[in-house]
Design a protein around this ligand. Structure first.
Ligand SMILES: [Zn+2]
Length: 187
């Protein structure tokens, strides 16, 4: 592995090199729904990084692979749902879920987990370099979409606040570092 250590030298972290937790994006907590009031959003501790917002490189690599497998699983399950619902002679996804005693969304979640596991198995047969290339490529696509969203939103914000001149805003650095926050895949 070629060393480009000079890039990481300004980081205070030594010995085990730590990177931002992929689950919470480095914040150490995750938005989740309140158990009693389901439509109220609360902040939950991120168990993955133990609230620190940082994980070691090995964990981070595995997280990225799992996220990649999940992206593929979401696509596959969505296709399965569509095929199931469009089949005139079939029972539909909701019916299938009920047969398993699950709600439609719980059944979908379970299907995505199962498919993610299956894909992870398949990916483990690839050589490391191929796998890293695939993960990098799809992260690039996901990040590109998040960037476009953000740009579009900030453009609208700018139009809204165009007449106001505010110089006491937060420094510009924070806008670039928070892009990764939106990488979550929803299903
Ligand atoms: Zn975390």
């Amino acid at each position: 592995m070629a060393t480009t250590e000079s890039e990481a030298n300004d980081s205070e972290v030594s010995m085990v090199s730590m990177v931002k937790c992929g689950q919470c994006g480095g914040s150490g907590s995750l938005p989740s729904l309140d158990h009693e009031e389901r439509d109220r959003e609360i902040e939950d501790a991120c168990y993955h990084c133990g609230n620190s917002g940082m994980v070691d490189e090995e964990t981070a690599r595995n997280d990225r692979r799992a996220a990649f497998a999940q992206r593929l699983a979401v696509l596959a399950v969505n296709e399965e749902i569509a095929a199931c619902d469009e089949d005139e002679h079939g029972e539909g996804w909701t019916f299938r879920a009920a047969e398993h005693g699950l709600s439609r969304s719980d059944y979908t979640t379970q299907a995505v987990w199962a498919e993610t596991d299956r894909i992870m198995d398949e990916l483990s047969k690839l050589d490391e370099r191929t796998l890293d290339l695939l993960v990098d490529a799809t992260e690039g696509l996901a990040l590109g979409a998040a960037l476009r969203d953000r740009r579009e939103r900030s453009r609208r914000e700018e139009q809204k606040t165009a007449t106001q001149t505010r110089l006491d805003d937060e420094p510009a650095a924070s806008s670039a570092s928070s892009i990764e926050d939106e990488e979550d895949i929803c299903f």
